[in-house]
Design a protein around this ligand. Structure first.
Ligand code: 5GP
Length: 111
């Protein structure tokens, strides 16, 4: 069965997409934690960091993040990328994704 994010990628579930290419799709998080909160998702269904293959669409995530941050105007002010892995990491959707957060000063360390 397709993951939630595959269904968003395929347009079955609506989302505000901000970027797509042959390898990744990015859309705004439904429950934003910052003025800019975008999820960057490989088209390939990879469950998470713990099951990362050697090759695949995940290799394009960082370059996409850079391009998206520029297009959303937060490249200069700064931003944070987060990947939650597993229960302790707070992962709730088992399809690898990078959170791109920006538009405000972010606290450190995270909670
Ligand atoms: P995780 O907790 O797995 O790192 O992140 C999952 C993210 O997906 C959460 O920030 C959550 O708000 C977001 N999310 C869950 N369901 C949907 C949805 O249907 N649409 C969108 N756009 N985001 C979602």
């Amino acid at each position: 069965m397709a993951t939630l994010f595959t269904r968003i990628i395929q347009g079955e579930i609506p989302a505000e997409k901000v970027y797509e290419d042959d390898h990744v799709v990015a859309f705004r998080d439904i429950n934003p934690q910052a003025p800019v909160h975008v999820l960057i998702v490989p088209r390939q269904e990879i469950a998470g960091l713990a099951s990362l293959p050697d090759q695949g669409d995940h290799r394009y995530l960082l370059n996409a993040a850079k391009v998206i941050a520029e297009s959303l105007g937060i490249s200069e002010s700064g931003y944070r990328l987060v990947i939650n892995q597993g229960v302790d990491g707070g992962q709730t959707v088992d399809h690898l994704h990078v959170h791109l957060l920006g538009g405000r000063r972010l606290d450190w360390p995270p909670g």
